[in-house]
Write a protein that binds this ligand. Structure first.
Ligand SMILES: N[C@@H](CCC(=O)N[C@@H](CS)C(=O)NCC(=O)O)C(=O)O
Length: 230
C-alpha cells in the first residue's frame, strides 16, 4: 500500500473532496493542515499553483487539482467509484466539471460586499440547483447521484452542499427546499461519515469564523466566537 500525504487548509472544500474519496476507499493517509498565510517552502515546492489540495505519494510524487487526484485514487485503489459504463462515466465527469460554477453560485453570498450584491448572489442559487435537480431526475431514484452506489460525483458536491447549509444557517436562504431531489441527495451526503473531516459542530464554527473574518456583508450576522480556524 502506498503512503499518502494530503496537504490541506482546514476549511478548504476542494481538499475535502479528496479526503472524502480516501475515506470512501478506507485508505489511510496523513492529513497535514497548513496555514494559507504561511505556506511552507516544502509545500510551495510541490504545488505548482501554490494551492491545496496536494496529494504526495510515497514521498516521491505530488498530484494537484482535486478532480485529478480523485481520478487517480479511483484508478488505483478499490472499490471503483466511477461507473463501469463509459457513457455513465462521461456523464459523471461532466457533472463533476460543473462544480466550480455550482460552488460560485452557492457560496457567492459569502463574498458579497453589500445587501444588493448579496441579493443578486442569492438569486443565482436556484439556477445551479435547478440544473442539478434535472440531472438527478435523469439519474433515477437516488439516494446517491448514481443510485445506491457512492461515486466521485457525490464526493465532488458534498462540500459545497454542506456550505449551502452553513450559509442558510447564518442567514436563511430557503432555496434547497424547492428542489426535493437535490435536498434528499444533500441530506444523504450530510449524514454520510466520509463527508466530514472534523466533528461537525467544530467544522461549522470554523467556517463561520472564516466568513466573519472576511468582513463582507454576511459577516455581520455571525456573533463573535472564539474558535481557531484558517
Ligand atoms: N481547482 C482547484 C481549487 C483548489 C483551491 O482553490 N484551493 C484553495 C483553498 S480552498 C487554495 O489553495 N487557494 C490558495 C490560492 O489561491 O492561492 C482544485 O480543485 O483542487
Amino acid at each position: 500500500m502506498a503512503k499518502y500525504l494530503l496537504v490541506s487548509f482546514k476549511t478548504c472544500p476542494w481538499v475535502q473532496r479528496s479526503a472524502i474519496v480516501l475515506r470512501e476507499k478506507n485508505t489511510e493517509f496523513e492529513f497535514r493542515h497548513i496555514e494559507p498565510d504561511n505556506r511552507p517552502d516544502w509545500f510551495l515546492a510541490m504545488s505548482p499553483h501554490k494551492k491545496v489540495p496536494v496529494l504526495r505519494i510515497d514521498d516521491k510524487v505530488s498530484l494537484f487539482e482535486s478532480s485529478a487526484i480523485n481520478e487517480y485514487l479511483d484508478e488505483t485503489i478499490a472499490p471503483r467509484l466511477h461507473p463501469d459504463d463509459p457513457i455513465a462515466r462521461a456523464v459523471n465527469r461532466a457533472w463533476t466539471d460543473y462544480v466550480p460554477t455550482f460552488s460560485e453560485h452557492v457560496t457567492g453570498v459569502a463574498y458579497a460586499d453589500d445587501e444588493a450584491a448579496a441579493k443578486k448572489c442569492i438569486e443565482k442559487i436556484p439556477v445551479a440547483f435547478e440544473r442539478l435537480e434535472r440531472a438527478l431526475e435523469k439519474q433515477g431514484a437516488g439516494p446517491l447521484f448514481n443510485g445506491a452506489k457512492y461515486s466521485l460525483v457525490d464526493a465532488a458536491y458534498a462540500p459545497f452542499l454542506e456550505r449551502y447549509f452553513y450559509l442558510d444557517r447564518i442567514r436563511p436562504l430557503g432555496v434547497i427546499e424547492k428542489f426535493p431531489r437535490l435536498k434528499a441527495w444533500a441530506d444523504t451526503l450530510m449524514k454520510r461519515a466520509s463527508t466530514h473531516s472534523f466533528p461537525e459542530a467544530e467544522f461549522e464554527a470554523m467556517y463561520r469564523l472564516n466568513v466573519r473574518r472576511r468582513k463582507k456583508w454576511l459577516s455581520q450576522f455571525i456573533p463573535d466566537v472564539a474558535v481557531a480556524a484558517e
